[in-house]
Design a protein around this ligand. Structure first.
Ligand SMILES: Nc1ncnc2c1ncn2[C@@H]1O[C@H](COP(=O)(O)OP(=O)(O)OP(=O)(O)O)[C@@H](O)[C@H]1O
Length: 225
């Protein structure tokens, strides 16, 4: 096995197989993300970017091909084992933050750690350290509604990283921010990923952002080109 943190090989995915509405989305897709590497995923709308991220993040399964994360084969696991592996190995960031509105910024970063069995004191310290790294520590006691869009998204980054995943998957992580804020918040995300030695696959339509990553790959006709 290579030193890849994400290793997708021969991935195929078809929706509505056998029906007139059948859509073949991924057609023998291969993609590797090395340890510490940050890869930009660029894809036209409908090309299968979300399908790919869901399969890579163990939220969905492929019809064929293999998925390995941090050298461990994830193909053929039970639903429960897949969910556990996802919780342990993968962090997700979406275009919209999906923070819990009734909890503070800090609590949003603490809760997933408690769910994973981390002691409260340790979870609190980790949350504050992460919020400090992205410059939101002074706002830790505020609920999401009292934070700016950029601050909300930075809290979402901290939540994604709270359980020390090996792989970060992001889908347009700054896509709902104005261009200037997007630029700043994206720089924060990249710094956070670099500081924590994480590997990341980040989907974006923004070619300026894509060029700031280590490598740009394009999804086209069900494969990486
Ligand atoms: N559950 C589903 N059932 C049937 N077809 C689906 C399903 N999910 C996605 N598709 C189709 O598969 C193709 C790829 O969808 P996907 O959501 O992966 O695209 P995407 O690249 O993420 O698009 P966008 O950038 O617009 O979000 C699309 O043609 C979509 O209509």
């Amino acid at each position: 096995m290579s030193d890849a943190v994400l290793d997708l090989s021969g991935i195929e995915k078809t929706y509505n197989r056998g029906l007139p509405s059948e859509v073949g989305v991924l057609r023998g897709l291969d993609l590797r993300v090395a340890k510490g590497e940050v890869v930009a995923l660029v894809a036209p709308s409908g090309a299968g970017k979300s399908t790919l991220l869901h399969i890579a993040g163990l939220l969905d399964t492929a019809d064929a091909g293999t998925v390995a994360i941090a050298g461990r084969a994830m193909t053929g696991l039970s639903d429960r084992a897949r969910t556990e592996a996802r919780r342990r190995e993968v962090g997700f960031v979406y275009q919209f933050h999906h923070l819990l509105p009734e909890f503070t910024a800090a609590e949003n970063v603490i809760l997933p750690q408690l769910a994973n069995g981390t002691a409260r004191r340790e979870a609190e310290a980790k949350a504050m350290a992460l919020l400090d790294l992205v410059g939101v520590a002074p706002r830790a006691g505020h609920r999401p509604a009292a934070l700016s869009g950029g601050e909300q998204q930075r809290v979402a980054f901290c939540r994604a990283l709270a359980n020390r995943p090996k792989l970060l998957l992001a889908d347009e992580p700054t896509g709902n921010l104005d261009p200037e804020t997007s630029d700043r918040v994206f720089a924060t995300l990249l710094k956070l990923v670099r500081d924590t030695g994480l590997s990341a696959l980040i989907a974006t339509h923004n070619l300026d952002l894509a060029r700031r990553m280590d490598r740009v790959v394009r999804l086209d006709a069900g494969r990486i080109i």
